[in-house]
Design a protein around this ligand. Structure first.
Ligand SMILES: Nc1ncnc2c1ncn2[C@@H]1O[C@H](COP(=O)(O)OP(=O)(O)OP(=O)(O)O)[C@@H](O)[C@H]1O
Ligand SMILES: [Mg+2]
Length: 524
């Protein structure tokens, strides 16, 4: 017998965003025991760094991972940021799609308002335990509580609240997790924090690993990164739906002023040009725009030439800063860094690529054996450890012919290749935010950056090889000096000692002069 619609629709239910992510937690990075633990560290650490920078505070982040049992760990993360107002603690840690960052066009590590709640949820569904928060949003006042996540209603259950006087600075989170594992692989929290230190020389990061090893990445830059400014959306990136949303929430009196005030690079003249390509009177109110009008405008926008998006809002790490952190963390024998000029992808989104190569010292990935080349990928200074194969940076690194830069057997060299993309919108390949999609313009910028630093590394290596070769030749010749002097003395009857001194001087002179000539050649 056929089912009736009424019967079938008895099962019809709404569900909260939190329920959705509970079922699909792999989307948030909770798949695999190592990845899950790294995800947790990533979420807390990026929040701490973002919060400090928002509040103009030089960040100091402490991370401690303690093993409690098999696949069972306690994680403690603290920052010295502005703290979280009591009224907001629940929303921060147990309400998905809530936060201060989603609605602004500002370059920051966090974007969605899911990270912290994702951790609370993962802790709760694997251990049944709450997340404990201690925070101070007012000098001298400390607030503590336990947070459970009411997943059905996407809401926090706050309990064990206490207020007291104390001099805590910032926020401290303690939570337990099962189904997670710690290791020292390139996917683990230790590597995540090492790379965080490379991209954040203005932060002090202290890490205590489960085996009690302590790592301190000292702050090597004492100024905060310049604050990224909010940017306006560029018209090129707009969809009809976006345009309608902006128009309907605008308080401007005419479509024309709405366009010039809301979007990047839209001057009055440009607005007029767009208007001329439509049948719409731009003196109308923006909230009178219909879907059809919006379609017309977005079509017209495509036919008008706008200046490329402004890029002053982007704040890259900076060459000097990367250099300092490379020296601090990797202590290489040689390094090169480069910050490219801003560029634009998809016609509307600005970005900047930075690249560095460090050679020797602690550079490269050390597993059990010898060092190997490693590629450190970053998006807005946050390390990307997973999904490397899908990432435009990895693809580009693999496509470069490193032999041209005297880097044969690249795989087995102690080299760290560093690439950071800074953008108001990083085009990730998926919600897991671990790989950057293969946009043509991004690939081009990464290629140019790596070729440039590669060339400089190549020149250096060539000089080093030459020096090595010369030193070997010199020592071979020097070895034969006594024997040769002896032979000549026997044949000619001259004084052996004198001959030896003369020969020694000849060898030294030869290398002194040829050394100079080579250096000049190398410096071209
Ligand atoms: N340590 C902290 N100190 C101060 N505020 C914080 C801290 N951690 C989180 N917040 C606030 O809580 C909000 C939610 O954090 P959450 O990690 O869930 O989202 P997000 O960082 O905005 O985006 P994403 O989901 O991409 O991480 C943040 O936007 C921020 O306002
Ligand atoms: Mg976050």
């Amino acid at each position: 017998m056929a089912e009736t619609a009424d019967n079938i629709f008895k099962e019809f239910r709404e569900h909260s965003v939190a329920e959705f992510f509970k079922k699909n937690r792999q989307m948030l990075g909770y798949s695999g025991k190592i990845r899950s633990l790294t995800t947790i560290i990533h979420e807390y650490v990026t929040n701490g760094l973002d919060a400090c920078e928002d509040a103009n505070i030089l960040p100091e982040i402490h991370v401690k991972i303690k093993q409690l049992g098999n696949d069972h760990y306690q994680v403690t993360v603290s920052d010295n940021g502005p703290g979280i107002p009591k009224t907001h603690v629940g929303k921060v840690f147990a309400q998905m799609l809530a936060g201060t960052k989603f609605h602004r066009f500002v370059q920051s590590r966090g974007q969605q308002g899911i990270g912290a709640s994702g951790c609370t949820m993962y802790g709760q569904i694997t251990t049944g335990k709450p997340t404990h928060i201690t925070t101070s949003a007012k000098k001298g006042k400390v607030y503590e509580c336990d947070i459970m996540f009411d997943v059905k209603n996407n809401r926090a259950d706050v309990s064990h609240e206490v207020d007291y006087e104390g001099d805590l600075k910032g926020t401290l989170v303690v939570a337990e997790f099962k189904d997670v594992t710690f290791n020292w692989s390139e996917y683990g929290p230790g590597e995540y924090l090492r790379r965080t230190a490379v991209a954040n020389p203005h932060a002090r990061i202290v890490f205590i690993a489960p085996d009690k090893q302590k790592f301190i990445y000292e702050r090597v830059v004492n100024i905060l990164p310049k604050k990224p400014e909010p940017s306006k959306p560029h018209p090129r990136g707009l969809t009809v739906d976006d345009f309608l949303d902006y128009a309907h929430s605008s308080k401007e009196r005419t479509i024309k002023t709405f366009m010039t005030k809301t979007f990047d690079r839209v001057s009055s003249a440009k607005a007029k040009e767009v208007e001329g390509l439509t049948s719409i009177d731009f003196n109308r109110k923006p909230d009178s725009i219909t879907w059809k009008d919006a379609e017309e405008v977005v079509d017209a926008i495509k036919k008008v030439k706008f200046l490329a998006p402004s890029t002053k809002e982007l704040k890259p790490i900076g060459e000097k800063q990367i250099e300092k952190s490379i020296l601090n963390v990797l202590e290489p024998d040689f390094h090169q860094v480069l910050t490219r000029s801003p560029s634009v992808y998809r016609g509307g989104v600005p970005f900047i690529i930075e690249a560095g190569i460090a050679f020797g010292g602690k550079a490269g990935r050390r597993g059990n054996g010898d060092a190997k080349v490693e590629v450190m990928r970053f998006a807005n200074r946050a390390p990307l450890l997973f999904d490397a194969g899908a990432d435009v940076i990895t693809k580009t690194v693999n496509n470069i012919d490193w032999r041209r830069y005297h880097l044969k057997n690249m795989d087995s060299l102690p080299i760290s290749i560093i690439v950071n993309i800074t953008s108001t919108y990083v085009p990730y390949t998926s919600a897991g935010k671990q790989a950057i999609s293969d946009e043509e313009e991004i690939r081009k910028e990464v290629t140019l950056a790596l070729q440039d630093v590669g060339r400089k590394i190549g020149e250096h290596l060539r000089r080093e090889y030459r020096k090595g070769e010369k030193a070997a030749k010199r020592s071979t010749l020097l070895r034969y000096v006594p024997e040769t002097a002896g032979a000549i003395a026997t044949l000619s009857g001259a004084d052996k000692k004198k001959l030896e001194l003369k020969l020694l001087k000849m060898v030294e002179d030869k290398f002194k002069n040829s050394g100079k000539a080579d250096e000049e050649e190398g410096d071209e």
